[in-house]
Design a protein around this ligand. Structure first.
Ligand code: 9Z3
Length: 369
């Protein structure tokens, strides 16, 4: 008889709970999960005891690995500008910020210098006695950013937690939002990360790098045998993440069969942090469907606010979609747009004052945006 403890019974739970149970049991816990959870627990306890509001900001794109030992992966668009900039504004407003971000994407404060088209060394020169000095024209702004950064660090107001894959992200999101549960409405979840909608489930992920040619070169007897095996439907070495056996040889093509990522926003709203304030972002490219999709998301998940944005105009305008309210477009005024058109390190608010109610036409934007 097996001595393993029985799995929890699920027959009285609803579908969302079963999907959650299955996902988090079938997918591997990230190695850093415990460490990140412990850091978040200490951080939340510290600020809850001080009566401070806490926000979880998610930022950057999640990846979908195609191989367990990952050489190739599918990425989601996001530099992390929205999340990193918003985090700075939350800090300014007195929040303690947990910044759950894609590793190497933009970070609050350092974003002003880290991914700029200029190398950060271009902001500096050598001073007297071997010192390093900021160039005159950048000094004022750099000093301001440096002071904000060191103050946030000194007061332990900013906790940065990295993720890479969709799986890392989901595990940490669940753990941190559950830790925020006792904060009630003074816990804010601000979900700006660009989250993958499709992934390769673990049972269909290959261990090794997907090969573009058959076997290890030179045709040998072994290759002939392997080819024959493949013909018979044996999938041992070949990459194929299809559920069923292929009916035609696909040896030269790469066909990727992805499952939908479960929509855990429902679980977050109903179970992980049911009293928290929850703001999600909706990204689209087609202006004709943005507001509709944002409204649909709000109705489906029943949270507090969906902020809609279009890929091409995201730096200038967003639409707020909230329960029982008219859609509200918020825009950076025209005269401030050029200044921020191609610079990452802008001091213009991510959302600015409203100009009018008509959405921007992407073709009216300056080039390069
Ligand atoms: C966003 O819409 C963010 O505003 C951007 C920010 C990713 C566009 P950047 O980092 O870009 O400043 O370069 N995030 C999308 C969040 C997302 O994936 N939402 C899901 C969806 O649209 C629903 S939770 O389906």
């Amino acid at each position: 008889m097996s001595s393993a403890s029985p799995r929890p019974r699920l027959e009285h739970q609803n579908t969302a709970d079963i999907i959650e149970h299955n996902y988090f049991n079938e997918n591997q816990r990230p190695a850093a999960l415990e460490k990140h959870t412990a850091l978040a627990r200490d951080f939340i306890n510290l600020h809850a005891a001080a009566g401070r509001r806490v926000v979880l900001v998610t930022s950057g794109g999640t990846t979908v690995p195609l191989e367990r030992q990952t050489v190739r992966f599918i990425d989601n668009f996001s530099a992390g500008t929205r999340g990193a900039t918003s985090a700075e504004y939350f800090l300014e407003k007195g929040y303690a910020v947990i910044f759950l971000h894609r590793q190497f994407s933009l970070l609050p404060y350092s974003r002003h210098y880290s991914h700029a088209t200029d190398c950060f060394l271009d902001f500096l020169h050598e001073g007297p006695n071997g010192s390093v000095v900021a160039n005159e024209e950048y000094r004022e702004k750099m000093l301001k950013v440096l002071r904000q950064y060191t103050s946030a660090k000194r007061e332990r107001l900013l906790l940065t937690l990295p993720f890479t894959t969709i799986n890392d992200y989901l595990f940490v999101l669940r753990a941190v939002s559950q830790l925020m549960r006792p904060l009630g409405p003074s816990g804010l979840l601000y979900l700006a990360a660009a989250v993958s909608d499709f992934f390769v489930p673990p049972e269909r992920m290959v261990e090794h790098k997907i090969q573009s040619t058959n076997a290890v070169d030179t045709p040998t007897e072994r290759d002939a045998e392997a080819a024959a095996e493949n013909e018979k439907g044996s999938e041992e070495e070949a990459f194929d993440n299809f559920d069923s056996s292929p009916s035609v040889p696909r040896s030269k093509r790469l066909i990727i069969d992805l499952d939908p990522v479960p929509k855990f926003l429902k679980n977050l709203v109903d179970g992980w942090a049911p009293e928290g304030m929850i703001v999600s972002f909706k990204l689209e490219t087609d202006p004709a469907i943005l507001v509709h999709k944002a409204r649909y998301s709000l109705e489906r998940y029943q949270h507090h606010l969906v902020i809609g944005n279009l890929l091409s105009t995201r730096k200038w305008e967003v639409v707020f979609v909230a329960p029982g309210q008219k859609d509200r477009w918020i825009r950076v005024p025209q005269h401030r747009r050029k200044k921020t058109a191609s610079t990452v390190g802008t001091s213009v608010p991510v959302v600015g004052p409203s100009e009018d109610e008509k959405p921007l036409d992407p073709k009216d934007l300056p080039e390069g945006e």
